[in-house]
Design a protein around this ligand. Structure first.
Ligand SMILES: C[S@@+](CC[C@H](N)C(=O)[O-])C[C@H]1O[C@@H](n2cnc3c(N)ncnc32)[C@H](O)[C@@H]1O
Length: 230
């Protein structure tokens, strides 16, 4: 039986777990390095990271990949995680906000041009994951909703779905948007293969890497970089 934690339980757990995250977070590194290298972060001027934890990925992005003057906002449910992030990141110009993404994002629409959620979606129930994606869409620029009369095309789309893979409507929307590059972070090669089969009519698979994050288990992380074919 699978039971996800409610908001109070999740917060209590991560308050306790924060000190372990510092010493055990290395399991995320291989996939996050890949995301940093292939995510075109050199183009991103305003970033929101949901579930920013102790700020390790933010530090990597801001020191090595983001352009000068890039704005970063980190959000996390746990004060203990945010305390570590505050120690790690530059004190000025790096707002860190406490909040539970399942209750919505406390940011206005159109405020960011990237929303990052690494190792968070799979902690949420399907309904909560939908809320997160809906909220991410809301705070991204209007083109993400396709409601602008003169839509500006995104250059890059990053998707990091839970094991079920992308909803068919998301696959359709990504194909319609036809960005120059798509980065697909997957924790289930079977649903990745299913989605790539459809995306292959619009994109070329330029790179596909498997990362064995959990040796001796059947779990495998898969990362794909796609480039628009025409
Ligand atoms: C697996 S950890 C990832 C940590 C992060 N990548 C790092 O390098 O420290 C998941 C993070 O999501 C946060 N989190 C869990 N549920 C959340 C929620 N509902 N809203 C906001 N943050 C949440 C946790 O506190 C934790 O910091």
């Amino acid at each position: 039986m699978v039971r996800t934690l409610n908001s109070t339980e999740a917060r209590a757990y991560y308050e306790r777990f924060a000190q372990n995250q510092e010493s055990q977070g290395w399991y995320e590194d291989a996939a996050l390095d890949w995301l940093a290298r292939h995510g075109d972060f050199g183009q991103a001027k305003s970033l929101l990271e949901i579930g920013c934890g102790t700020g390790r990925f933010a530090q990597q992005l801001l020191t090595r990949h983001s352009p000068d003057g890039a704005r970063y906002v980190g959000l996390d449910i746990s004060w203990a995680m945010l305390t570590s992030a505050r120690d790690r990141l530059p004190r000025t110009g790096t707002p860190l906000v406490q909040g539970d993404v399942t209750a919505g994002l406390p940011f206005a629409a159109g405020r960011f041009d990237r929303v990052i959620a690494a190792y968070l979606l799979d902690l949420l129930s399907e309904q909560e994951a939908r809320t997160l994606i809906g909220e991410a869409r809301r705070v991204l620029r209007e083109w993400a909703r396709g409601t602008r009369p003169d839509p500006v095309k995104p250059d890059l789309v990053v998707v990091d779905p839970p094991r079920a893979g992308l909803h068919p409507r998301v696959v359709e929307r990504v194909s319609e948007l036809a960005p120059r590059r798509v980065v697909y972070v997957s924790c289930n090669p079977a649903t990745l293969a299913r989605d790539l089969k459809v995306l292959a009519s619009t994109f070329r698979i330029e790179m596909l890497e498997l990362i064995d994050l959990f040796p001796q288990t059947f779990h495998i992380e898969a990362l794909a970089r796609l480039e628009r074919a025409v």
